[in-house]
Design a protein. Structure first.
Length: 126
């Protein structure tokens, strides 16, 4: 009798290594299927323009409020933050278009905007 056979009616449990390999193969197949979807380019374009604009606006608000708290006048703080926002927008937009996947880019934008929104809300003048 061969070593890998079992008695009739019993099944051989899958090995943990085979289960891990199968899971990775299914994940890779799902990733390839998502990569072929037709809406990747429009979503990436929207994330790179509108998403970058929204995140840049939040960074500008937080920076101007922080500079005001550090002693700058409001006009100087807003001007400095707005001037810096042009470079920030370019960097964020390039990062979105450079991201490996559209999902990663969108999650990065959303993850960065939540703390900035909270910071702007906490630091806003009464």
């Amino acid at each position: 009798m061969p070593r890998n056979t079992v008695a009739a009616g019993q099944s051989v449990p899958p090995s943990p290594v085979a289960t891990g390999v199968a899971r990775r193969q299914r994940l890779a197949a799902a990733t390839r299927a998502l990569a072929r979807l037709p809406f990747r380019t429009p979503v990436r374009t929207l994330a790179g323009t509108l998403g970058a604009y929204g995140l840049t606006a939040q960074i500008t608000v937080a920076a101007s409020l922080l500079l005001t708290r550090l002693g700058m006048t409001r006009v100087e703080a807003v001007t400095a933050a707005t001037l810096a926002s042009f470079a920030v927008f370019a960097v964020i937009s390039m990062a979105v278009f450079h991201a490996h996947s559209v999902l990663r880019a969108c999650l990065w934008l959303a993850g960065a905007s939540v703390p900035l929104a909270l910071l702007g809300w906490v630091m806003a003048p009464a």
